[in-house]
Design a protein around this ligand. Sequence first.
Ligand code: GLY
Ligand code: MN
Ligand code: MN
Length: 411
Amino acid sequence: MNIPNLEDRRTRLAEALQPNEMIIIFGAPEPTYPRRFKQENNFLYFTGLETPNAAFVGYKTATSFFATLFIERQDPAMVVWEGAKTSPQDATETSGIKNVHYLDQLPTHLNLWMPKVKTCYVNKATGGLGSGLNSEQQFIRTLKDHFPNVMFQSFMPIITPLRACKDAWEIEQLSTAIEATGKGIHRIFTDARPGMHEYQLEALLRFEAMNCGLPHQGFFPIIASGLNAATLHYHANNCPVGENEMVLLDVGADCLGYSADISRTFPVSGTFTPRQREVYQAVLDINKEIISMVKPGVTMTELNKRTVELITAALKKLGLIEKDEEYRKYYMHSVGHHLGMDTHDVGPRDEPLIPGHVITVEPGLYIPEEAIGVRIEDDILVTEEGYINLSVSIPKEVAELEQICIRGDKQ
Ligand code: GLY
Ligand code: MN
Ligand code: MN
């Protein structure tokens, strides 16, 4: 099964809409070279199209659901710079959507449809304070001015439950991404040496993923040695790794738009110091206990609450805090998030998990005064029976790590 079941996704979208409702999803604009194009994930989810400057419109009438694509016209003068644009035939072949028009025909079609529409779901996310309106937001603003009787609402509450529940094809992509990430992590475990720079470890990671056929990472890899590991999203990756330091890897290859998200922490010398082992083992025990709680009905909030209890107890045992509320000094994030097309994917935090959800479990402890940062992150599929740890084969036990890291010419 090499392509997603796009028809099924659009059927589920149609079921989520009421008659006389419409959804408009714009694809990502073409970035100027040399930036890499990254499709908008909601557009990609329903169309499978990696075409820039496109729009998807789903319109539910009393009797039917119409899916229509709008793509850019070819400008012959630009072909030599940009290559040929997706043709309507290619767009239909990839997406299975039969109605394909050009983007400059979108206003005409909307003028035709809008008078009957009660609610129109659009992207209400903004670029943030002071960022101004992008062309999509300007388009929607004009549409609102023209059709004041239509209610414009965010499409995320409609799309989130669909995207949060992964089908077999999506699990396959995530598993492929995790496997390739595991190979990169393993290569780092075996090849890392004190004195190597973090970016040299990054190169090993990227090499292994590319060698598996996955050219891109889902997010910028975090390769953080020693004190750097106490910065949660450190990604300068430009320091040499010290003799007795641990290295925190938080990495994930991308497979057809689905990102792995794995953290491992290991001693570059091949042996944990007694204190490093103590802290590492505490985080590992919490990682395992939280994973074992995952099952339908549990919420992310509950998992996080339990994590805080366990972290607090561990910090007291490690002699780092005396009062419960002090745990925030050493643990500042939450224990996980939904995982999918976005590394921090859409999905509920306070509603019960259901089969098909994929979440991360990633407790950590960050102790800058000891130049220690440990995070251990696994990717967990919620099933009818409980869970499957999709990253179970990536080593994390102390003895395993010491064996793998010592192997090779370190012996
Ligand atoms: N890699 C970012 C995170 O774990 O959430
Ligand atoms: Mn991560
Ligand atoms: Mn994560």
